[in-house]
Design a protein around this ligand. Structure first.
Ligand code: NAD
Length: 345
């Protein structure tokens, strides 16, 4: 008997190479702008989503996580790791891939590399939040931690918030030099700084994006003046923070999904019932964002599944009608659904 294989068996797969082609064809800044809009639209439908803190498997050297969510029509998840020691071994700290499926059939609709996409979506989310919380007319950002995520952060703030100047600091001057070169090419005015304090001079926005598996104190109380917006990216798993408790207590804190951020974010240093504001409510106008000039706002970013869901949907939409994907023979789908065994004969 000849078995026919249905076209449903093929799943579009976006490889790293095709992701690069896709991002280049759109342009990284436009990509992050559009992705920021997609994330905002999904955050405005927040209550529709199944939400759970990510499922994390910790080891002494890092973490491996699954991040699932669904809006009832589509289901998505991302596999992502975080291994701060990896760069010293010539490897990425963060790598990821993800899948989007149709809730009605359960069939996958997209499988994609997500390492680049994670950097793009993290930056798009940061800058989207910056648009709500940063002082109006912000033009200068301090960028502390000049590793893999850093250029994406700076360019998203350029595209979405109008940042023109970035002030870079990293404990490793080579990382700063790499970041500076990439950003100068992209048209930002760049200052290479020797200390974290120097990087904050005249900065309305302070982004911390360091990787160290410990309670690091990148921002101490005396460094932070009134009125700034802090975009804290690197404190994103238990035992890994960047901002001193005193800074948190002086700030109004904004989070993605409190049950996850209380475990993973900088607010793990605060009592469990410490007041925080959920960003979806700010986006819907149900909670206040920045209310006065002296207010310190702080986005305690940990990265939430809905952002990856938005990114997966955005990629699926953008690859339509292109050759930026391969068809992956991923599902056993015999013409007689009950004759799975027949596929072996
Ligand atoms: P990376 O290892 O490529 O870069 C981190 C940089 O931080 C390195 O250049 C390192 O020298 C620097 N650094 C370490 N300690 C420092 C200090 N005390 N002062 C200044 N610089 C310091 O890592 P990456 O891929 O850029 O990721 C950075 C962080 O962001 C990681 O902790 C990662 O887990 C986190 N992250 C968060 C999200 C999110 O959604 N919140 C998403 C992706 C990554």
């Amino acid at each position: 008997m000849e078995l026919k294989f249905s076209e449903h068996a093929y799943v579009p797969f976006v490889s790293v190479e095709n992701m690069i082609r896709l991002v280049k064809s759109i342009g990284p800044e436009k990509f992050m702008s559009e992705l920021g809009d997609a994330i905002e639209a999904d955050f405005k439908r927040w209550e529709l989503f199944d939400k759970t803190p990510r499922v994390a498997s910790h080891s002494d050297v890092g973490v491996i996580e699954l991040m699932p969510t669904s809006d009832g029509e589509m289901y998505g998840f991302k596999y992502v790791n975080g291994h701060p020691k990896n760069t010293a071994e010539g490897l990425q700290t963060v790598t990821a891939f993800g899948l989007l499926a149709d809730v009605y059939t359960g069939y996958p609709k997209l499988l994609t590399a997500m390492t680049l996409l994670t950097a793009l979506r993290t930056a798009a989310m940061s800058a989207l939040v910056g648009r709500y919380l940063a002082p109006k007319g912000s033009r200068t950002m301090a960028m502390i931690g000049n590793g893999a995520q850093s250029e994406f952060q700076c360019l998203a703030f350029k595209a979405i918030c109008g940042i023109e100047n970035v002030r870079l600091y990293d404990i490793d001057p080579e990382a700063t030099e790499k970041c500076a070169r990439n950003l100068e090419e992209a048209g930002l005015s760049v200052a290479r700084c020797k200390t974290a304090e120097e990087s904050m001079e005249n900065a309305e926005i302070i982004t911390t994006c360091t990787a160290d598996k410990q309670h690091a104190t990148i921002l101490t109380d005396n460094m932070i003046g009134d009125g700034v917006h802090i975009n804290a990216i690197g404190g994103d798993c238990p035992g890994k923070t960047e901002v001193a408790e005193a800074v948190l207590r002086r700030s109004d804190i904004f989070v993605e999904y409190p049950p996850q951020t209380r475990i993973e974010g900088d607010i793990q240093q605060l009592p469990e019932d410490y007041p925080v504001t959920e960003l979806w409510q700010v986006m819907l106008g149900q909670s206040k964002g920045r209310t006065h000039d002296r207010q310190i706002t702080l986005f305690d970013s940990v990265g939430f599944a809905v952002e990856d869901f938005s990114a997966l949907k955005y990629v699926l939409e953008k690859i339509q009608g292109t050759d930026f994907y391969d068809n992956l023979d991923m599902l056993a789908d015999p013409s007689d659904p009950r004759n799975l065994y027949g596929m072996l004969s």
